[in-house]
Design a protein around this ligand. Structure first.
Ligand SMILES: [Zn+2]
Length: 149
């Protein structure tokens, strides 16, 4: 048995056991692996931390990775901020009506435009079943309602 740490396209991570590593490679592209939280079949392997053996090496690595993580976070923050601004500028906030509005646009009952808003995992699943693609935004990118400006 081999354990994989997987992540779905909505960012849920979970562990799953396979009898051999080739099983993942066969099942994942066919969409046979589903996220236990939202049922998403678009899953991929999560990034694993390296397993360091000696404690001194461990300390050094911890410091290095802290430093790298800090730098990476700053970069991610800037990128997220930019992306968030883009979304706010170019998309209309439809709030809780996201699923209804996405449907209305898809079926031509509403004007074609980019929107964002809140949807439950069930909404997202229902939309996908109707062939409407919705992307879940990570918190860092989701536009903030309570902005101070
Ligand atoms: Zn999920």
């Amino acid at each position: 048995m081999i354990k994989y740490n997987l992540i779905c396209s909505h960012g849920h991570d979970f562990d799953i056991w396979f009898s051999k590593s080739a099983d993942y490679d066969v099942q994942a592209p066919k969409g046979l692996i589903n996220c236990p939280y939202c049922g998403d079949s678009r899953v991929e392997k999560a990034i694993m931390a390296p397993n360091i053996s000696t404690s001194r090496k461990k300390e050094k690595m911890a410091l290095q990775s802290q430093d790298m993580a800090g730098k990476a976070m700053a970069t991610v923050d800037r990128a997220a901020q930019k992306l968030r601004d883009e979304i706010e500028r170019n998309c209309e906030d439809v709030g809780d009506k996201f699923a209804d509005e996405a449907r209305a646009i898809h079926y031509g009952e509403s004007e074609q435009r980019a929107i964002y808003g809140k949807a439950t995992a069930k909404d997202a699943r229902d939309l996908r079943e109707e062939g409407i693609e919705a992307v879940a935004l990570p918190d860092a990118i989701a536009p903030k309602k309570d902005k101070l400006n």
